[in-house]
Design a protein around this ligand. Structure first.
Ligand code: SAM
Length: 239
């Protein structure tokens, strides 16, 4: 059976994975006000705050309590991996699958600890409408949400078209509205032949038409076999 999803999964990456996917060195975060959107249960904000950086996250799931999210995170990781491994076209070898699970659980534990102690850094909000003023953040990071949750037919993971091109353009515009620079990862198609996900170019065109500086920039981390199009989308606001 082909792997697909009917909702956006609540799981997240570790600190090192996040720095890699956004092609950032730790010291580049110094002095910046950073938004991770959607943050999910990734460790970026938790580890960043622990290191003294000015980190914030937004995600609709932050309306829920830490224990609920911990349980949800565990269930989502386990269920998604089981389904992934059942698809002969997607399945990884056992070591790769075990490593993936271990890193997701590591990130989840780091997230839950900080979410308990610094809840004010985690804002319940949904794209394409964020409750932040224009240019509130120096750097906005958005991972494993845009492009990847397009439908299967469009190289994403979703069994439905709930996040089409219009949603993508509106969501990216909103990220650019609240930030001065936005980095989005990944840009490759997650399913089907190796290629760029098909909304990437129209989103680039819309951002260029809005007057922003846009580039595809190599990312330093990739999971699975998507290396050929392993770039992040970087957008710098014109004004
Ligand atoms: C797979 S996680 C990504 C976490 C992290 N950025 C990473 O790369 O590991 C995707 C997240 O998107 C969130 N989400 C779902 N719909 C959303 C929306 N409309 N706006 C913002 N976030 C949304 C989910 O709650 C989930 O936590």
């Amino acid at each position: 059976m082909t792997f697909s999803l009917d909702h956006v999964i609540f799981f997240g990456r570790t600190w090192d994975e996040c720095l890699g996917m956004y092609a950032l060195e730790e010291q580049q975060l110094a002095g910046l006000k950073v938004l991770d959107c959607p943050g999910g249960p990734d460790a970026l904000v938790a580890e960043g705050l622990a290191k003294g950086f000015d980190m914030h996250a937004a995600d609709p799931q932050y309306a829920f309590d830490p224990d609920v999210l911990r349980e949800r995170g565990h269930a989502e990781i386990t269920d998604a991996m089981k389904k992934w491994q059942e698809d002969p076209e997607q399945a990884w070898d056992q070591k790769q699958a075990d490593d993936f699970m271990r890193l997701k659980l590591e990130a989840l534990e780091s997230f839950v600890d900080m979410y308990r102690s610094k809840r004010d850094r985690y804002v319940a909000a949904s794209l394409p409408d964020l409750p932040f003023e224009e240019r509130s953040f120096d750097l906005v990071l958005s991972g494993h949400f845009l492009f990847i949750y397009a439908s299967l037919e469009r190289g994403g993971l979703m069994s439905n078209e709930s996040m089409g091109l219009d949603f993508h353009v509106a969501a990216v515009r909103e990220l650019v509205r609240v930030g001065k620079e936005v980095r989005i990862f990944p840009t490759f198609a997650t399913t089907g032949p190796a290629r760029r996900q098909e909304f990437v170019q129209p989103v680039i065109d819309a951002m260029v038409a809005d007057g922003h500086e846009v580039e595809l920039m190599p990312a330093d981390w990739v999971e699975g076999d998507f290396t050929e199009f392993n770039d992040l989308l970087r957008i710098r606001r014109a004004n």
